[in-house]
Design a protein around this ligand. Sequence first.
Ligand SMILES: CC(C)(COP(=O)(O)OP(=O)(O)OC[C@H]1O[C@@H](n2cnc3c(N)ncnc32)[C@H](O)[C@@H]1OP(=O)(O)O)[C@@H](O)C(=O)NCCC(=O)NCCS
Length: 191
Amino acid sequence: MKRKILPDTLIGERLSLRPISPADITAVLVYSSDPDVTTYLPWHPTVDAMVVRMFLQQQQDRRRKGTSFGYAVTERASGEMIGAIDLMGLQSGHPGNCELGYVFRRASWGLGYATEAGALLLDAAFQNPGILVVDAYADADNIGSQRVMEKIGMQKVNSELRIVKGRERIYFHYAIARTQHAACPVLGVAL
Ligand SMILES: CC(C)(COP(=O)(O)OP(=O)(O)OC[C@H]1O[C@@H](n2cnc3c(N)ncnc32)[C@H](O)[C@@H]1OP(=O)(O)O)[C@@H](O)C(=O)NCCC(=O)NCCS
């Protein structure tokens, strides 16, 4: 059987990750509509269910093509979806590189969840010998996100100027190579 690029399910201490889908629309609208959540994201807050459904459909299509792996992050204790995390840009112009991104609902910030989900996904990514480097980018003012990247072992590589939502912003580029990665305790993986 052909090996999957990434597993469908990842289970950590407090969180589990599974493929995100259009069925997650209600939970996604909770954070996609929150201006606090989108402050440092490249999109404006939206309550438009059609836009969100299209995005989720796109995520599903990209997973099928093997170019992007979007996961719903669920709190195991409550069973609630609290955010999303993805690995994007596989098979892009830089073979072996891909990009990590994440977003969590406001009510679940500050509990170490982004760190746990990020560590789980990085660990799964580096189980695949084809993935050599994982990149991530954060607005220079997004201290929380930079801290998450540092806590999961990524290092700042450089900075770049971007135009985001019509404004000039400095973005920090973080990266981790498979040779720098130390495995984290994944409790379960299902292909
Ligand atoms: C950034 C974000 C993912 C952090 O998620 P989280 O689950 O709160 O992060 P964690 O609880 O794992 O925190 C990791 C570290 O960051 C720190 N941190 C988190 N938010 C912070 C903030 N706003 N300011 C300063 N430090 C912060 C935590 O204290 C912790 O560090 P510590 O262990 O040294 O105390 C979350 O705030 C979010 O979803 N923001 C909106 C979307 C976003 O910005 N995504 C990233 C785009 S690059």
